[in-house]
Design a protein around this ligand. Structure first.
Ligand code: XP7
Length: 314
């Protein structure tokens, strides 16, 4: 049977376009399709001229990449091409909210996105910037592809589970619970521990793209898997990194930052500790956040090719 051009069976996306959880058709938004066929919302911050390097931004649990707009704009100002996506189950990407079949899905999707953008810009150095859970994703991506990345910036990365929430008993209880009640909620995170900046806590509390529902047991299990994989990955790290950590962080303990400094084989590694600061250093008190932006700017500037350098002789 001949089918006309208007036949919806020939245009499945026209009859039932895939839509974000907020009901926006993906065809109107930058997006990618991951190896499981799930649509992920993407963002790109492109410099005016030829980019000097690429940076992938990896957001944390429950949040989305739109929260990195200011950091990304600062990096674009250094002529970097900054790109990101909302991880599966987050923001404007598909997937049940804050659920992932295996933590490696997050890592795999990042490597897919990096591969795509790198093919469009061959030979440019690639950097990672990750916060909290997004930092664990960055560490695992760098350990899996030891020559792919030229460096990474880690803002309070998830390296160790919070000592209060990861007692031997609680870990065992979570594993048992995961078999019978994987969707049980462990309770939401108290937003007041994110930052000492009240305005930033209010923005978090009112952001419709943030998932503030309690963390499910099955997601907690994947986070614990991530922590144990990160621990094994640390001795494989050889790339330069900048690590920023708040001393009063109650979500990702500063012990994790010290473990990362001690275990990574990287020659070029820098830790900057912010005395008294909480978890979200890029949205902390103005003096902290100003310094965070400055440190990242300086660190990246010193590790990318000079402006105008193409790497090819005239
Ligand atoms: C666990 C469990 C683990 C923003 C983020 C949000 C913090 C942490 C948050 C929980 C249960 C095992 C808004 C919480 C994981 C990492 C924040 C919980 C990022 N930053 N976290 O801007 O990613 O960890 F059983 Cl390890």
């Amino acid at each position: 049977m001949e089918t006309g051009p208007e036949d919806p069976s020939r245009m499945p996306e026209a009859s039932s376009p895939r839509r974000t959880p907020q009901n926006v058709p993906y065809q109107d938004l930058p997006h990618l399709v991951n190896a499981d066929g799930q649509y992920l919302f993407c963002r790109y911050w492109k410099p005016a001229g030829t980019p000097r390097a690429l940076v992938f931004v990896s957001h944390g649990a429950g949040e989305h990449c739109g929260r990195y707009d200011e950091l990304a704009q600062m990096l674009r100002g250094l002529d970097l091409l900054v790109f990101a996506h909302d991880h599966v189950g987050h923001g404007q990407s598909e997937g049940e909210r804050m659920v992932v079949s295996d933590f490696h899905v997050f890592v795999r999707d990042v490597l897919q996105h990096v591969d795509t953008i790198q093919k469009e810009h061959p030979r440019l150095p690639v950097f990672l910037l990750g916060h909290s859970m997004g930092g664990a994703i960055a560490i695992l991506a760098a350990a899996e592809k030891p020559t792919l990345f030229s460096g990474m910036v880690l803002i309070s990365p998830l390296v160790l589970a919070n000592p209060e929430s990861a007692t031997t008993f609680k870990v065992l209880a979570a594993k048992v619970l995961n078999l019978v009640l994987p969707n049980l909620s462990l309770g939401p995170i108290d937003s007041s521990v994110l930052s000492r900046n009240k305005a930033e806590v209010d923005l978090y509390d009112s952001d419709p793209l943030i998932c503030r529902a309690g963390l499910k047991v099955c997601f907690g299990i994947q986070l614990m898997n991530a922590v144990s994989r990160v621990e094994r990955a640390l001795p494989k790290l050889t790339l330069p990194f900048l690590l920023l950590q708040g001393s009063a962080d109650r979500l990702c303990d500063s012990k994790g930052a010290y473990l990362l400094m001690d275990s990574a084989r990287s020659q070029d590694k820098t830790l900057k500790l912010y005395e008294g600061a909480y978890h979200v250093l890029h949205k902390e008190l103005p003096e902290v956040t100003k310094s965070v932006f400055h440190e990242i700017n300086m660190w990246v500037s010193q590790r990318i090719p000079m402006a105008g350098a193409t790497g090819t002789p005239p």
